[in-house]
Design a protein around this ligand. Structure first.
Ligand code: NAD
Ligand code: 6OD
Length: 486
């Protein structure tokens, strides 16, 4: 049993109310620990600490020293790599290789890369003419925005939280993080690294708790929070945007997706099957970039469906520590109920179930966990709820198509616009398709291949703004112009 406390002003503290909530394992529903349940008092204390730190050593720190400190944070994560991996595995139950090769290393990289970007990106300047002929010089300076409220989800908790905290701190801000109530572990552990490498108190704060009418909402409504960066459901984004309207606070939103995977008959077949398998089923389908809608050019359709089915039926359920296990549970019993309700809806809507559609038969205590089968459907109209709505589970609907125009129209006929993955060996077609799909991120012959210097975010109802590279600086700094008459 582990207790997770808030991290406020460099100290681990319980809630003033003494309130806690349980964290249960997704693997077997065992109680893992108790999490301090924050409320207004903890949010007030964390925001006050973050505001004070802006005036203290952190606010006065030269950029070079701040950059070096963030490199030390990254190194501190790497030094405690096994602890971070174990913490993330306990919180999410996901396979060891996903966490150890993707999520935790990315957490460390988020500190290094944005520190380097801040150090190396020049500010713009313009020399202008003036009537007296002497001219004037304009130059821009970037200042931190202030206290950033970070609200993060549970699906890749460490990667997604540090993806915001890294650039926010690199730009000289301070942060108050409200991690998902489902995944308290890595945000808490990061507090230990912050202290170990000498990050001043108040720069990084964590308040645990729930969202609506609780710590999350209280953070987004706090007068001294200068901007809010949020990753999570589109519906939650709507609530946060309303809260941010009071005080005209800036928001950056990475929201839901119902992404299309598009497979042309000229693709590298094995690579496409493997790519779509990853995009639909990695992390048990709990990836915003996942492809719950798959469109396959008709000549390849039957072969592709059969190959993906075989791939799904070969997954190895198990604990992260079990040798060879490559498929984990959903995050919680609540999410399992949601996903299974969609599995039932698919049946009611007349789907052909190619594989899955239920709960696997697992031995012993694992039967108590949040496991569901990887599931493929065919035969549904685009109006079916499982084809239109984000499920955020290990499932996809596959539909044949006959032309580029048709598949573009199908892919775009959705309120979300986060990402697409396109599989084709025809380069001209790849360019045409990438320009035609209404999404923030297109991958061709790949998926979730990330270069942190690139813009990342969603179109339509999948988000507001872009983060990544210099785009993160746009959100996390206040860009000011200075005009000097020469
Ligand atoms: P969620 O919106 O339920 O919760 C996210 C966070 O918001 C949690 O910390 C939660 O406590 C908090 N929250 C909830 N209501 C709030 C409120 N009214 N005010 C303030 N905070 C509130 O999302 P989730 O279930 O944790 O994550 C899954 C969702 O996240 C999916 O929709 C997925 O597509 C999306 N997501 C998007 C991206 C992206 O990059 N676009 C990445 C990951 C996840
Ligand atoms: O890689 C990233 O930076 C990122 N934001 C990934 C999002 C994953 C969604 O589940």
């Amino acid at each position: 049993m582990q207790n997770f406390q808030h991290f406020i002003n460099g100290q681990f503290v319980a809630s003033a109310s003494g309130k806690t909530f349980e964290k249960r394992s997704p693997l077997d529903n065992a109680r893992l620990g108790l999490v301090a349940e924050g409320g207004q008092r903890e949010v007030d204390a964390a925001v006050a600490a973050a505001k004070a730190a802006l005036k203290g050593d952190w606010g006065k720190m030269p950029t070079d020293k701040r950059v070096a400190m963030l490199h030390a944070v990254a190194d501190g994560i790497t030094k405690r790599f096994d602890d971070f991996v174990a913490a993330e595995e306990a919180d999410t139950g996901q396979p060891h290789h996903v966490i150890a090769h993707a999520f935790v290393p990315r957490g460390a990289a988020n500190f290094k890369i944005f520190a380097d970007i801040v150090k190396n990106v020049p500010a713009e300047s313009f020399v202008m003419d003036t009537p007296d002929g002497a001219g004037a010089l304009n130059y821009a300076i970037r200042k931190p925005k202030g206290v950033i409220g970070v609200i993060s989800p549970w699906n890749a908790p460490f990667l997604l939280m540090t993806w915001k905290v890294g650039p926010a701190l690199a730009c000289g801000n301070t942060v108050v993080v409200k991690p998902s109530e489902e995944t308290p572990a890595t945000a808490t552990l990061l507090g230990e690294v912050m202290n170990a490498v000498g990050v001043p108190p108040g720069v990084y704060n964590v308040v645990h708790g729930f969202g609506p009418d609780a710590a999350g909402e209280q953070l987004t409504r706090h007068d001294d929070v200068d901007a809010i960066t949020f990753t999570g459901e589109t519906r939650t984004g709507t609530a946060i945007m309303k809260a941010a309207a009071d005080g005209i606070r800036d928001v950056s939103f990475e929201l839901g997706g119902k992404n299309a995977g598009i497979v042309f008959a000229d693709c590298d077949f094995d690579a496409a099957v493997e790519g779509i398998f990853r995009s639909a089923f990695m992390n048990t389908g709990q990836v915003c970039l996942g492809t719950e809608r798959v469109y396959v050019e008709r000549p390849l359709f039957d072969r592709f469906v059969a190959a993906l089915k075989a791939r799904c039926e070969a997954v190895k359920y198990g604990r992260p520590s079990d040798a060879g296990s490559n498929y984990g549970p959903l995050i919680s019993q609540e999410h399992k109920r949601k996903v299974l309700s969609y599995y039932a809806k698919a049946v009611a809507e007349g789907a052909n179930i190619v594989t899955g559609g239920g709960v696997p038969d697992l031995p012993g205590i694992l039967a108590e966990g949040a496991w569901v089968q990887p599931t493929i459907w065919t035969g549904l109209p685009e109006t079916a709820s499982v084809v239109r709505e984000e499920i955020f589970g290990p499932c996809c609907h596959i539909r044949p198509f006959d032309s580029e125009d048709e598949v573009v129209a199908l892919a775009n006929a959705n309120r979300y616009g986060l990402s697409t993955t396109i599989w084709t060996e025809n380069l001209k077609r790849a360019h045409r398709m990438a320009a035609a799909v209404e999404v923030g991120i297109t991958w061709v012959n790949s998926w979730f291949l990330r270069d942190l210097r690139t813009p990342f975010g969603g179109s339509k109802q999948s988000g507001i703004g872009r983060e990544g590279g210099v785009h993160s600086l746009e959100f996390y700094t206040d860009l000011r112009n200075v005009c000097i008459k020469l």
